[in-house]
Write a protein that binds this ligand. Sequence first.
Ligand code: IPE
Ligand code: MG
Length: 232
Amino acid sequence: MDGNGRWAEQRGEQRTAGHRAGASSVRRVIESAPDLGISTLTLYAFSSDNWKRPPHEVEALMVLFAEYLADECQRCIDNGVRVNVIGRRDRLSAPLRARIAQTERATAHGTTLHLRIAVDYSARDAIVRAAAQLSRTPAPSRRAFSDALNAAINSRPAAPDVDLLIRTSGEQRLSDYLLWECAYAELLFCEKLWPDFGEQDLARAIEAYRLRERRFGATSPAAASAVASVAA
Ligand code: IPE
Ligand code: MG
């Protein structure tokens, strides 16, 4: 979900206006995801490196995030969306932590879409935490490592690997996002800024994904699989 700030700056507005507009894109994308066959959607809302931003922008993002959870909780329940915040919790404010816990509890029965919102998230930190947790396990399997990683980021339920990673705003880098989970993800870079990204763009991204041949290191393509897990 990149490009909120530039979207606002292009309009001569405050960056926070871009974040607000970005929240509307989130709504549109969530609504259209299940019909496109997506069962897990992970959105990068705030990276651990985003703490380096000016305090007023960090504060505005946190307020917006809490408001988003409050405003959308009922809609998520109605639409079978299970909300799950992944990342560290210990540096978030107590009211925000409570809001997250309440939203996760209230939406826990949703089975249509597992919506993971990454907040204070760093893939490298998550990998280090998972490794620390397995330090007494002599030769952990990939599966065991995945499980530890999911636990380290509070992913409930544990999520599958990412099939398709979409990065908006023309940037072409991973920025410490889902590094382990993206081992075989198809990467799609889109020029649009996140607030301009909508249902049609998501549908186009899925179409482009379907044309990719996924071989997972083998010589022949793997059986075509649905695009179950998408990250943006
Ligand atoms: C993405 O938009 C939202 C967050 C990372 C919080 P940015 O805030 O990164 O927008 P740009 O990249 O400055 O345009
Ligand atoms: Mg950015």
